[in-house]
Design a protein around this ligand. Sequence first.
Ligand code: HDE
Length: 760
Amino acid sequence: TGDLSAAMPFNANKAGEYGFANGQNSQPGETVEAPSRLPAGSTLSEANVSSKTGSVAPEGVNAAIGPLDRVRVDSAGQRLTTNQGVAVADNQNSLKYGVRGPALLEDFILREKITHFDHERIPERIVHARGSAAHGYFECFEPLTQFTKAAPFKEAGKRTPVFARFSTVAGERGSKDTARDVRGFAVKFYTDEGNWDLVGNNMPVFFIQDAMKFPDLVHAVKPEPHHQMPQAASAHDTFWDFVSLMPESTHMLMWLMSDRAIPRSYATMQGFGVHSFRLVNDAGQSVFVKFHWNPKFGTHSLCWDEAVKISGADPDYHRRDLWERIESGVYPEWELGVQIFTEEEAEQFSFDILDATKIVPEELVPVRPVGRMVLDRNPDNFFAETEQVAFCTAHIIPGIDFSNDPLLAGRIHSYVDTQITRLGGPNFHEIPINAPIAQVHNNQRDGMHRQAIPRGRVAYEPNSLAGGCPFQAGAAQGFTSVAASLRSRAEQGKIRAKPELFAEHYHQARLFFDSQTAPERAHIVAAFRFELSKVTVPAIRQRVVSMLRNASEDLAAQVAEGLNMSPLPDAMPLALEIDVAPEVIRSPALSLTARPGDGSIKGRKIAILVADGAKGQSATDIHTALFAAGAVPRFVAPRIGAVATEDRVAVEADASLENEPGFLFDAIVLPDGAGAVVSLAADGHTFEAIRDQYRHCKTMLALGTGVDLFELAGIPATLPDGGDDPGVILSDGSPSATAAFIEQVARHRHPARETDPPAV
Ligand code: HDE
């Protein structure tokens, strides 16, 4: 078999194993064409035509696909074998001494199968265990070479393959997606100068300032150790005990109690690098940078009641949404923005840019768009890709460098370290999803699960026996660290302490709260009330409120009222006596309302309720219009299957009120047809669906007689202030009514309808 075409990228004896399964194994000399795995019409190319240059790849080509293709397995048309390639004759019965006799130890087939199974699980991530990921690319808008020599930013239009993983933090691997939590937003750039991992979150700040406190934070938020409750929730004593003793967490708590902590989908949340990093150009000059990912489809959240209900009906809500968007071609997309500032500027700020509990307000340093990320391919296999991907903050490339943020310093150590346990040794970089597309050459050898077969007898440097190779790249090509020393810091020697401005804990918490709209502030108050009402020790609740008084008296008073706490506890003593005036006291950019995205309804799930007696044509018309606008309309009926429409127009319900409850949808349409109203009114699920839509402030459309269902469900005719509710639309089926509906769905919510407690 050694004479097979040299062009074959794989062991020719293993055609089937490597995805070339067309029913037969190849014969020597025969060239086997790989059948395309991609759906017809896909713009992706299977071929890795990038010769690892990473330069502009043609539309649709993803240079990371080739390396992964090498290890794809496709068993179509293949015999079942053991891991040694021995064909298995019988996969039903273990080997026994007589049919009723004892099983035999020599049954290597059974033992291999069971042994492998016994070891199928690897340790889950200690944080961010629950996640979902996708492939895609980053495309540079214009060269950023003035500031950085980093490979992805070199040329306009340059595409760098990426793999992005989104996650919750506290919950275990099987926990619900819609928990109130921070979301991880980790992106691996497979650049032609090595892998760069930007391991961020959907909130721009963090709970703590120093890595020393991270294990404490995580132990506090995880289920309590004696009874292992609650799962994926911060609403318990140990979390609030810890944060109330750590006033530096106040700013992050504002974000965590806001709707940011319950995103509508991964595709509609922002991402942030959190820390200050550095960009370094060819001349070795550096500036500070903060990274921002801004979603094309807007930043949208759930509301709490909705998130709670979704977690029961569809714990995979975000995972499913990401998967379905990509499968249906509504590719999630984000613009990457950078805030660039110099060391001199940083020294003038009223806060310390090394403090991960602080943002740099956009009003102080604008966000400059530099590229976009598009996720356009789902993984083939969850474990091989999403579970085994290893993001490490230590993975940076020439042109990017760290700042002295003490939280970041701990992370640079932690991620590589944790992968060694999680992925079973130091060779995790060879797992296909982690392998760079840039060439790897060094003298590191051996270890568990080594894949590479380094040739020759030299594994040291300097050497003469291998001509000095691999040789040092030198400063012009290789990675060099910025000779960074934060100016004007007097020599202090070794010290365990923090910079002075780290002790100012409240200005930006106030900035966040004060920059929200009234409904957003109300949600923050309600979230504090909910979480603290789950806390059993009154002193902890008191301590949180005393901390909040320093951020916002208004917030503290409302939270205290919600907890029946009176009188208010004294404000917590300030850690910083000197007064530093913040540059920005209102930042509209911090409100979700400032981030509508492209204003489209792409990817929104819309329920069109139908039932026997519905006017089929009008239901089909609205379905067509919504589909054309990029939404995901679904016919939902009391039972799945064909609906007996009044006009005999064929309508097939692919979801039922039982299997897809109303709160899973972004908007609802009620059908025309007196018969349908009667059928739907006979099913209590209908009213639950309508009331949930109303309570969750979503857009609702009644076609013709469907309006009767509003009345039967007790939907108020007007807003609490007496005005018209733009989110409740009555339609005669005209295009203008449909257009109005689409416009209102794009607004996402109609919070003017909201009351606390809810009226419906
Ligand atoms: Fe992480 N974090 N983290 N973290 N983190 C991990 O690494 C850690 C922090 C973030 O999708 C772990 O591979 C320390 C901030 C994401 O696979 C671990 C500190 C931010 C992910 C770890 C922090 C993050 C992780 C667990 C404080 C936002 C998931 C498994 C010093 C900027 C990546 C793993 C993925 C995962 C340590 C704080 C984001 C243990 C020590 C701040 C998105 O290494």
